[in-house]
Design a protein around this ligand. Sequence first.
Ligand SMILES: *Cc1c(COP(=O)(O)O)cnc(C)c1O
Length: 383
Amino acid sequence: MRFKPSYAPGPTDVRENVRLALAKKTNNPDFDKEFVHYYHEVCQKMGQVMGTTNDVLLLGGEGILALEAACASLTEPGDRVLVLDNGIYGEGFKDFVSMYGGEPVVLSFDDHQDIPVQQLRDFLEKDHDFKYATFVHCDTPTSMLNDVNQISPLLKEYGILTVVDSVAGMVGEPIDVDQNKIDICCGGSQKAISAPAGLAIVSVSEDAKKAMNDRKTPIASYYANLQIYLGYREKGKLPYTMPAAHIEALEVALDNILEEGLMAVYERHAKIANAVRTSIQAYGLSLFLETGRSNTVTAVIIPEEIGALTLQQHIQETYNLYIATSLAQYTDVILRIGHMGENAHFDKVLSVLTVIENGLRDLGFEGNGHLGQLFLDAYRAEN
Ligand SMILES: *Cc1c(COP(=O)(O)O)cnc(C)c1O
């Protein structure tokens, strides 16, 4: 297949040393005892990046498997589960909960603002009889960042376990699993970590393990069953053949992050994201969000007379570049600029903004000045 550059919010660019790691010869992960040890080392490194000493598991599968495994492993028939919704993935958790027999209670907020903590507190004061709650750190389709520092500890105050989807948040935004008392934190290899798609990541707290052990009914899954995984792990084994090459590649991607330094990585994301937001608005376009703007992706409203889908298609055909619109009701409304992981670099973002400007102009939208220049100015002003 011919390579076409993409600036969607994931999968992101994979650095050469990570791609080369995929090509290494690997030992048979089923027979090589050293492999189990190696697997745990990479899990620990992943935990270091997520800010946790909890058990971390790397599952062969895409990020969605992490979300499903969390819900499959915690939900028993009849369990009430609080689903916090201010975005597409946030609401989507209700489907995993019901699929495994739980009763999702969806608490919906305005999609333009991050979850209002006081409103959540007021709700919990009246009703907190939930086994666990779900929410999304960065809800990518609208670029929403929820305040994990506040929300997760608040839920724990009421004895509610927390499942957090940080697939598109971690590494681009601090997640600090232990400090934030997250029971199951979900990640994926292909977003800000910038490894190839193919690994789902979960951290599992002691409270989450206890909830699994205290179940009266068995977990209704094999591949999405975290208890089986943890059981094998205790015996120094792994439940099935692990994608060894992907784990080697993930390790190199994590080394890249640790070598740059987590704080420096967060700062790089913040600088790029601030400059994108400033330049988009100076150019005369509007951001979708009022508050909670994630540093990993920016959602831009495309004028109705053009439409996000038409712009996307035009840019693909004319400039050979993939950019993302959104999902569900926002598909034709929002254009998303992904600036996470290896895509959060000045030169890459400059080129995508230049292409977007050209695309908009071709379709009749004239902004103020040049988007690329505005981005450059905003970026320089940050330094
Ligand atoms: C990308 C993403 C996932 C994983 O799903 P995809 O199949 O890669 O779309 C899960 N949650 C969020 C918030 C994501 O951005």
